[in-house]
Write a protein that binds this ligand. Sequence first.
Ligand SMILES: *Cc1c(COP(=O)(O)O)cnc(C)c1O
Length: 499
Amino acid sequence: MTTFRRDPADILAELATLREADAPTHGGHVLAYVYDAGMPELDALASDAAKLVQPVNGLDPTTFTSVAAMERAVVGFARAAFHGDDEVVGSVTSGGTESCMLAVKAARDAWIARGGEGRARLVAPITAHAAFQKAAKAFGLEFDGVPVDASTGAPDPAAIAERLGEDVAIIVVSAPSYPFATLDPIEEVAALGAARGIPVHVDACIGGFALAFQDGLPAWDFAVPGVTSLSADLHKYGYAPKGVSVLLTRGRDLQRHQYFATTAWPGYPVVNPTLAGSKPAGPLAAAWAIIEALGTEGYARLAGRAMRATTALRDAVERIEGLRVVGDPVGPLFAVATDESVGPDRRVDPHHWADAVREAGWVIQLQPALRQADGTLLPRTTHLTVTPVTESVLDTLLPVLAGAADAVRGVPAVDGGAVLAGLAQAAPGAAGVLAGGGAIDSDTAAGLLAAIGLGAATDGSGGSLPARMAPVLALVEALPAPVTERLLVELLARVVEPR
Ligand SMILES: *Cc1c(COP(=O)(O)O)cnc(C)c1O
């Protein structure tokens, strides 16, 4: 006999219906956000492990000792995978953003402890993940994004060297970068940091658990002297469900700055290694179980599958007239831009291409062009994140990529300026707002979104993206960044407003 207001079967049926509207998380049709090992038995193990610890509070691993045991094992596995010795310590966090934020927080507090005064600076190639801009903002540092080569996306160590000074609390490099999959010049930059006593963080959030099991790469992890911390996401190529990442730090004293502790309140003494207080143990347990099941060999096998699929996809894209793979990508991801060496009628706009691919039932991710601080323009691109399961769908995916390019070859890119002019017409009086002339209130932002055709859905579906994303990305490129950012905040905030 149940005391529930609703039949549990009915509640779960409703959730199943909601899930049907989600992008598919398995099967390889979504080449972003999700990392499918193609092993249902691994997913089942992860969910069984998470369920076993569901009631546990990860806040206190001395009370819930299973948490300490699992965290020790996960940190130990990561430390070995990334060539750390026993001076390398670590924490399991809720995800890549938290790992990155904590690395910055620790470096900032170490900088202050060394006598740093005023505002600390974070130096990174502009291709460093946005999580570092978030960290800089949250912890009061200046984010100093160094321009990269506009055609390859590769940073120049000399350009980073020029930015170093007393106020630099941390340098961040990527292994590889998210936007273009560049393996940054980690040895050179780490040497610069070591010479000046500046911590150097390697962001291996996306690639870490794939690169670690791949041969033939230059040293990029703790094998490089001067690398002081490293982040790697278990919920990406670690194949764990979302909510788990690891942050490793060389040197206990540096790492202790990551912690927050206080006894200056009348409650229990607080000691937090991460941003959360009470926290779930489920994602940790899932990651731990997956590591126990796969081990180094299992991860190497999966990395091999993802890399074979990546090579096949890259080769296929290189053969498509009008497209090019950006730079020299490393790991199971890459970005695609227009090949400007062919005539305009043979070029393929990567955003039209992505929309055409999406129409055929596959999701690849649009990335806007970006004007760098030195005036050069990073091209608009489309991003592909390749997972082990991709290998088993290549036969259907490759023809889709080629066919989509054929369908849009020669179609000029959406003219952001024209979209903007149309918008100004649809929303007269908004001209000042669109030019970035000041604060935008929520209702004005919602009105502009409606004029663009991005208003929250009124049918209760929670809102969804338009069928074609190219015009939206063109607007992102054309509008002043603060305006776009404000509109995106409004879009996302309205999606979860109760109706
Ligand atoms: C995904 C990612 C992050 C942020 O991780 P989240 O898990 O999404 O918070 C940081 N850096 C890189 C390179 C990433 O790909």
